[in-house]
Design a protein around this ligand. Sequence first.
Ligand SMILES: Nc1ncnc2c1ncn2[C@@H]1O[C@H](COP(=O)(O)OP(=O)(O)O)[C@@H](O)[C@H]1O
Ligand SMILES: [Mg+2]
Length: 284
Amino acid sequence: MWAAHPDSRFRFRQRLTLMILMAVLATGSTAALAAVPYLDANGKPLPVDTEEEVLEFLRTAKIVSKEKLGEGTNKSKRKIVLEKDGVRCNAVLRTGYKVVASGDTGFVDSYLSEVAAYELSRLLGFDNVPAVVRRKGGSIQIWIENARTLRSILKQDENPFSEEWVEQQRQVMKVFDNLIANTDRNPGNILIDDHDKVWFIDHTRSFAGQHELREPEAITGFDRDIWQQLQSLPDGTIEEVVGPYVRGYMPELLQRRRLLVDEISRRIAAEGADQFLFTLGQPD
Ligand SMILES: Nc1ncnc2c1ncn2[C@@H]1O[C@H](COP(=O)(O)OP(=O)(O)O)[C@@H](O)[C@H]1O
Ligand SMILES: [Mg+2]
């Protein structure tokens, strides 16, 4: 049920081959193919080979300007321009840290949680959170160029994506949001770039004080590869890599991971692995 339609896969492969051929013809080699999916402020591929180099750029580039972010009046979030060695790149600076209590559902709104979400996503193989680093009382995240929010796509008359693909993306996101206890997923916090890559952003209201899964019933399928990682990643690795950013909320995170593994294991036992697990298909 979740397998990609063979025709659309074939079309995608054809398109990919054509794109690679065009790149090789244009440059005379394959060396210019983008190694990471990020662009500079002019929309050109960042001249780096690895995600680590992107993180290094975010940590060390000079902040050359700051402006208000989107429609929000939130002063703790700014769109900034970074520059290093002649490369300019847009980014987001988030600096807020506050404990918000409202009724029973208090939460912490922290720039550190954006970094925690990114590090955890990488450990598990979700490649949906844009690179972000902690830097002097804030977090700096690379700007995804040429992207639209899901909110703006939903305003269009026609959704350009296949139902199956949208559903798979939703399922991946639901597992991630249950894991990080995200209280703020909304269509403004999902980006889709011009290569139809889905990005999850704005995780400052995640991770705090939630021992239970927030929305287990929303999990109706999952990605086969990430499932392997979700089961096998040692607690110690999560503590080591994500610990500095979730601080005291680590026991809750490890508990949610256990609950998620139990939940998904139950569903697989009931529905069958081939029915529940999928390999991500193509958008159209
Ligand atoms: N890394 C990013 N790349 C591209 N656009 C972004 C990025 N981060 C935020 N934005 C844009 O800025 C908007 C506001 O950012 P967000 O972090 O969601 O703050 P808030 O919702 O608190 O105003 C997003 O809806 C999106 O349009
Ligand atoms: Mg937002």
